[in-house]
Design a protein around this ligand. Structure first.
Ligand SMILES: Cc1cc2nc3c(=O)[nH]c(=O)nc-3n(C[C@H](O)[C@H](O)[C@H](O)COP(=O)(O)O)c2cc1C
Length: 268
């Protein structure tokens, strides 16, 4: 018979060792999570800024170094948009509402009822349920004139909410770029929203006819010689539902409950 005091495989020893290992691992994992949090936040901000640059056509994948992102980003004037009053906040108002435009998290704000509004079924074209009261616009200006404006957009595709940026020329009508930095659509189907060839189709397309959103993502091939051609982009093949989500997202964010009125002022 084995001696219970000397038995290494006793239940007590197994429990002590297992709990000890769990405890040590928990300490290591939580310490790493806490210590890496600032790095994680910085990386997220860097990635967001990189995508704003990509949308504005200022970042070339494989050419622009990540070390240049902060310097390139300095070119933007960052404005806080009051989506309810459809105007830019003044610097004093931005301080009053306690927003740092460079770190403001619109997604987090949209989840807070005090900082967002629920959209009615007719308003909620992009299936996002709530819209934050404040958003952010990134302006590239030259001699006091807006040359490009980059705006955050998001909306539901097939499996996920797609988050991205759309850039328009200073006329507030011509697409200068589009990019998505987060989604969970299927790679090779809806995931083709990230395909540079598809995103290139958007360049130079127009959004508005008489202040109404005329832009469409259409199934089949766009006829560039048709009158509608300059308002249309081909849908992704085999991913009609994601394409429709992108279409809805553009309709919402370029429309009157999105940035439509701000862009109208830009055109004016
Ligand atoms: C495993 C799987 C993943 C799919 N992922 C997507 C997707 O990400 N986006 C999408 O629009 N359709 C996706 N589809 C296809 C849709 O179910 C639907 O058939 C398609 O959107 C219709 O597009 P089509 O008319 O161009 O064929 C997926 C289908 C399967 C079976």
């Amino acid at each position: 018979m084995s001696d219970p005091v000397k038995d290494k495989d006793s239940l007590k020893n197994i429990l002590v060792v297992a709990l000890g290992v769990c405890f040590v691992c928990a300490i290591i994992v939580s310490t790493a999570a806490v210590q890496l949090k600032p790095q994680r936040i910085a990386n997220k901000a860097l990635d967001r800024n990189k995508n704003i640059l990509i949308a504005a056509g200022l970042y070339e994948t494989g050419v622009t170094a990540d070390a240049q992102i902060d310097t390139l980003f300095e070119q933007f004037t960052v404005k806080v948009v009051d989506m309810q009053e459809q105007r830019y906040l003044t610097a004093d108002e931005v301080a009053e509402v306690n927003i740092d435009p460079r770190t403001y998290d619109q997604r987090k704000a949209a989840k807070n009822p005090a900082l967002s509004m629920a959209l009615s079924d007719t308003q909620d074209v992009a299936s996002i349920s709530r819209r934050a009261r404040y958003s952010v616009a990134y302006l590239l200006e030259q001699g006091g004139q807006v040359e490009r404006i980059v705006l955050p957009i998001h909306g539901y595709g097939l499996w996920s909410t797609l988050y991205g940026f759309i850039a328009l020329e200073g006329d507030g009508n011509t697409v200068a770029g589009i990019t998505f930095y987060e989604h969970a659509e299927t790679a090779g189907l809806g995931g083709e929203v990230d395909n540079p060839a598809w995103k290139a189709l958007w360049l130079g397309k127009k959004i508005y006819i008489d202040d109404q959103v005329a832009f469409e993502v259409v199934k089949g091939n766009v006829d560039p010689t048709s009158a509608k051609g300059k308002y249309q982009v081909d849908a992704l093949s085999g991913a009609t539902l994601t394409s429709r989500g992108v279409q809805n997202m553009v309709s919402f964010w370029m429309g009157r409950d999105g940035f439509g009125p701000i862009l109208k002022n830009l055109k004016g």
